[in-house]
Design a protein around this ligand. Sequence first.
Ligand code: ATP
Ligand code: MG
Length: 322
Amino acid sequence: MTPVLSIKNLSIDFLTSGGPVHALREVNLCIPQNRIVGIVGESGSGKSTVVSAVIRLLANNADVRSGEIEFEGRDILAMSEIELRTLRGEEIAMVFQDPMTAQTPVLSIGQQMIDIQYRRSLSRKEKRQKAIDMLTRVGIPDPSDRMDQYPHQFSGGMRQRISIAMSLMMSPKLLIADEPTTALDVTLEAQIIHLFRELRKSFDGSIVLVSHNLGLIAELCDEVVVMYAGEVVERATVDDIFNRAAHPYTQALLDCDPARLDELTAKLPTITGDVPDLQGIPAGCIFASRCNQKLEQCTFNRPPAFTITESHDVCCHLMRND
Ligand SMILES: Nc1ncnc2c1ncn2[C@@H]1O[C@H](COP(=O)(O)OP(=O)(O)OP(=O)(O)O)[C@@H](O)[C@H]1O
Ligand SMILES: [Mg+2]
């Protein structure tokens, strides 16, 4: 079955006055149909850069050095502006971190939800009904009354649910959510998590979920991609990542998850050392300077992806069995 999305050897630099920042290096990623794939990794690991590249909404100083991004076999990097508009509006939907900037402040929610159906040959009344149905589906109470309200009349959690409703209006084949709960407080975060749980049952498409919340990733995702400093270091089923993580970075990330600590501690563990400077990429393994299981070759020899099982790859010399 053709994957919905396939990324091959994607390398992206950001050009800055201090020189190029090598934000992504030879990233490979495959999103199968009807699967939920989580992307995890510390801040700065390149998660947003990958998902922004998929909808071609990278910052102006981005330079795609090499690679391919295919959506259902079509080359996204070669698409014209017109093709991209259709792609973003109808085939790939994106939910961003900050719900406060997702809607236009000057139009009612209902108007915005009717406007995004502009390609559909339905009457205004039918479009309005579709919008109300979608608001009901994402759990907005009294949706027909609230259609006439403006974004500022909704809480952050509701606005994020409205963003998700708007994304779902066009029945996209791929929904990308980049940290959809990070900007929300705990109660509102719980509402969005609940919504994703519901979507897991009813959404007919694939989802890419970028999140720092490992509990959420464990619960919702089928597969997990672990990124570190611009590279994919491990990829596996959710069960393998959480129970048989092979990369020392993945193991460290799980060890630092507050939700997985047995006892409440005043001081949360962190991975010691700093993420390398992405302007001068060291030879060898990108995690070597922080790795507690480092071998001699790790500092000068970049590990290729080793296949543990068909669904589990890891870029780490510890996997080499010769
Ligand atoms: N426009 C830009 N110009 C220069 N550097 C950038 C730009 N955008 C991102 N970067 C750098 O690229 C790297 C990857 O950033 P990215 O935002 O993709 O990380 P992330 O994994 O999404 O992090 P977070 O968890 O904080 O959202 C970081 O080192 C970041 O500083
Ligand atoms: Mg990000």
